[in-house]
Ligand binder design. Structure first.
Ligand SMILES: C[S@@+](CC[C@H](N)C(=O)[O-])C[C@H]1O[C@@H](n2cnc3c(N)ncnc32)[C@H](O)[C@@H]1O
Length: 354
């Protein structure tokens, strides 16, 4: 007992080591200007990390092998992000053909457009559009049909790593979670008006959260009593309080996992991710040339189920001639190099010749 008290005193007295690392995202590394600090960047990548301000593309070789891009073709990257996949696909065009790159994020897509321009991919070969992939029919109407279409779903590392966007509970920031912060409502606003039942349903449907009821009750009670949940860490704290009944030994890990799932569920909700994916999948055969190819990378089971179902349905109706029999997974080596690849599933389909 005495020993324990002594230890607690010691613990309290300890001055926290502030470390040599920059304390916030904006100071973090030189990574926000990745092209300028190639050495720092390659060291982070070698250790299996993703440098802040950058995104490491997944299954690049598998996608290139499947598309077998030829000079003169026209492609669509439905989720431009950092432009990693797009720049590799542009290289395959060898200066002939065109790629349309869509994204809903005005902040990152402007940076990507500039970065790709500086790499030599100007408007003659690349068109970057601030557009939701739910509207691919509109894009194809202007551009014509595509030989290949890629969708790499979800969020980019730049979005996750930037606390101002509110995608992670690991850093303090506004509880926003919108890919386009200029449209729709933030996650904080969404929580403000939601009922306990609706929130519990959302957590189960979008993320299979096992403690959906407990978390929904804690969140809505706090708001009903006039409390505010407006920051990422604020929500994380309420989740912690809701799970206080879990034995101490398991609690920290349970709170971490539940927080991850709750943030995923809210992100899916405020960005209408299932609805737009549904529209995209529905319109896909109509924007592909005969023999055109589509590859989709998903990051959770809800997305993969939708892709699988749509591919099967269109194959049955004769619009796809071939679809991937099983999901394709990134190699173990890739998962080791990039931990964000671990949960990736890829599926592909080929438009029938008609
Ligand atoms: C995983 S990242 C793509 C990374 C990219 N493949 C690369 O190599 O850098 C997903 C991107 O898709 C965008 N996005 C998500 N949903 C979208 C939608 N419905 N329409 C267009 N872009 C979307 C996100 O804003 C994000 O930039």
């Amino acid at each position: 007992m005495e020993n324990q008290e002594n230890q607690e005193k010691k613990h309290k007295r300890r001055v926290r080591y502030s470390g040599t690392h920059p304390r916030n995202y904006k100071e973090k590394y030189k990574e926000l200007n990745p092209e300028k600090y190639a050495d720092t960047i390659s060291k982070v990548i070698q250790k299996g990390g993703t440098p802040a301000g950058m995104h490491i593309s997944i299954c690049v070789q598998e996608i290139l092998d499947f598309f077998d891009i030829q000079p003169g073709q026209q492609g669509l990257d439905a989720t431009l992000g950092y432009g990693g996949h797009t720049s590799k696909m542009l290289e395959k065009l060898q200066g002939e053909g065109h790629i349309y790159g869509l994204d809903v994020d005005p902040i990152e897509s402007a940076k990507t457009k500039k970065r790709l321009e500086e790499k030599g991919f100007g408007s003659d070969i690349l068109t970057v559009k601030l557009e939701n992939f739910a509207n691919i029919d509109k894009v194809a109407k202007e551009a014509g049909k595509f030989d290949f279409v890629l969708a790499d779903l979800g969020v980019s590392s730049m979005q996750i790593d930037n606390p101002d966007r509110g995608f992670t509970f690991k850093a303090e920031g506004p509880l926003d979670l919108r890919m386009n912060p200029e449209k729709g409502i933030s996650a904080a606003e969404r929580l403000h008006d939601i009922s306990r039942e609706e929130l519990a349903g959302m957590l189960v449907e979008n993320a299979d959260e096992p403690y959906a009821e407990e978390i929904a009750e804690a969140v809505t009670e706090k708001i009903r009593k006039g409390g505010k949940i407006e920051t990422t860490t604020g929500l994380h704290q309420v989740i912690g309080e809701a799970l206080a009944f879990i034995p101490e030994k398991e609690r920290k890990e349970a709170i971490r996992k539940s927080s991850q799932r709750v943030f995923q569920a809210l992100r899916i909700d405020v960005n209408h991710e299932f609805e737009v994916l549904y529209d995209f999948l529905d319109k896909l055969p109509g924007v592909l040339k005969p023999g055109g190819k589509v590859a989709i990378l998903t990051f959770h089971s809800g997305e993969d189920r939708l892709v699988k179902k749509s591919f099967k349905q269109w194959k049955k109706e004769g619009l796809y001639s071939e679809i991937a029999k099983d999901v394709i997974r990134p190699s173990k080596e890739e998962c080791f190099r990039n931990s964000r690849a671990k949960c990736t599933k890829m599926r592909w389909a080929i438009r029938s010749e008609e």
